[in-house]
Design a protein around this ligand. Sequence first.
Ligand SMILES: Nc1ncnc2c1ncn2[C@@H]1O[C@H](COP(=O)(O)OP(=O)(O)OP(=O)(O)O)[C@@H](O)[C@H]1O
Ligand SMILES: [Mg+2]
Length: 251
Amino acid sequence: MSTILGLDVSSVARPGARKFPSPEKRVAIYPDRKSRLVFLTEPAGLAVERYRLLRRRLCTLYPQGGVLLITSPNPGEGKTLTSVNLAWALAEANYPACLVDLDFRAPGVSRTLNHKFEHGGVREVLESQAEISDLICRISEHPLHVLGIKERMSSPGHLLYSQSLPSMLADLRARFQWVILDFAPVIPMADVSEVIPYVNGAILVIRNGKTEKDMLAPALEAIGSKLWGVVMNDCPINGSSYYGYYGCRKD
Ligand SMILES: Nc1ncnc2c1ncn2[C@@H]1O[C@H](COP(=O)(O)OP(=O)(O)OP(=O)(O)O)[C@@H](O)[C@H]1O
Ligand SMILES: [Mg+2]
């Protein structure tokens, strides 16, 4: 894996300005400290800087942006935390971004943002019950949008394996430079392998002290050549704080 350090994001080209959904529905979010949307809850903390560094590396290696799937080997390793904060970091630097909750069994975006998607979200779009532009909401003065999940589902297979999913992702990609998918863990379901063909890249989140070494091989195998980087979550920084270290790669 290679890393590119020290480039300010303002020096990175931002090709292909995307159209925003119109009209833009804005919603207010009220994340509390527990939610760890650190750009709002700990704006002066070290974690914010680590997410900005992740943004810088991604935007340097992949200036065109893309549909980026966030997964981890097992549950609870920081996928939602990484998705939400990375999406915020991108939008803060003026990259049009959409955060999409695609973890139907354990949707975490609603909880993290402290916002209920009462009018529906991904499921309603995939089942053609609603137009995507009616359900995407803007949640910040930055160009940050979200498409959430209204209710958890125990068997989302028919949605993940349907042809509606690639169509929805292509639609989102046409609207936003970055589409961040908060996804399910690699283990125990086969969801990642089903969706990986339709994304541009994937980030694997591993959690310090939690992810076991022998879980890495199956996770890396499921992602294959789409791996764009690894985020090490919950890792001491300078011996004092608790968020991540990461590497990004370009094939
Ligand atoms: N670096 C961290 N420091 C402190 N708490 C953390 C950290 N990373 C994650 N957590 C906490 O651990 C829990 C799981 O994190 P998160 O929801 O981001 O994981 P996940 O991989 O999305 O989980 P799931 O598989 O259930 O969707 C949350 O309560 C979150 O606040
Ligand atoms: Mg989650």
